[in-house]
Every structure is written in C-alpha cells, then in structure tokens.
Write a protein that binds this ligand. Structure first.
Ligand SMILES: [Zn+2]
Ligand SMILES: [Zn+2]
Length: 130
C-alpha cells in the first residue's frame, strides 16, 4: 500500500511536470528518475486508476495510441510532432466554427489536431542543414 502510494505520487508528479499529454512509456521514463523499480504494468494500472478517479483524462488522437493529461484543463487542442511523436497542447482555438456546417446543423463540440515538427525537432533539422 505504501509502495503503491509512492508510485502513484511519482506518476502524478511526472504528468504535472510534463504539462503535455504523455504516453504510458513517457510516463514510465519520467517517473523512473524517482522510482527505479517502476514497471510499465504498474504505470498502466495507475493511469487507469487515475482516470477512474477523474484526476486524469485519456487523449485520443486519430491513429495514435492514447496519451494522458491532467483533467480539468480549459478548452485546448493538440499538436503531434511527426518526428519525435510527442504530443503538445495548443491553447489557441479558432472559435465555434458554426459557419462551417450546413444550415440548421448544430455543432456541439470540436477537436482540432495539428501536425508538424516541434521546436526541438525543427531546430535539430535546421542544424543539420549544410
Ligand atoms: Zn518533435
Ligand atoms: Zn477549440
């Protein structure tokens, strides 16, 4: 039980520190600095428990394995880096987009996913250019 609490605390800290949606493997990498014995099965179990508690939400992006982010954030969108496959938060939103749908249609929600290269990856490729 005590061990469980410690692992859970380390996993929560990793998700809070990242401030972007993390995959279970990323959670493992970030939490292992604190708890070396942590395994992927424990990470999955803890992520599921945190989702059940309402502390964490699953981020489902088309064709991507699920990522997890701290619940209760204000409306935002996501950016997927095609190179390092990390997912970032995008705070901007173009609005309700009601004008895009046919007359008499009702928009209740929207998801926007942007793709490209993150700052780290685009700097790396700029440095490689002759
Ligand atoms: Zn990247
Ligand atoms: Zn939006």
């Amino acid at each position: 039980m005590e061990r469980d609490t410690r692992q859970r605390r380390a996993i929560r800290a990793a998700l809070e520190r990242a401030d972007r949606p993390l995959s279970p493997k990323e959670v493992l990498g970030a939490s292992r600095r604190r708890i070396r014995t942590l395994g992927l099965a424990t990470v999955y179990r803890t992520l599921n428990a945190l989702v059940a508690d309402g502390w964490l939400v699953e981020v489902q992006l088309p064709g991507e394995p699920p990522r997890y982010e701290v619940a209760g954030k204000k409306h935002h969108h996501h950016f997927v880096c095609d190179r390092c496959h990390r997912v970032f938060e995008v705070d901007a939103c173009p609005g309700d987009m009601v004008s895009m749908v046919p007359k008499d249609f009702e928009v209740t929600r929207h998801e926007i996913v942007l793709y490209g290269a993150c700052a780290g990856c685009s700097a790396r490729s700029a440095a490689l250019r002759p």
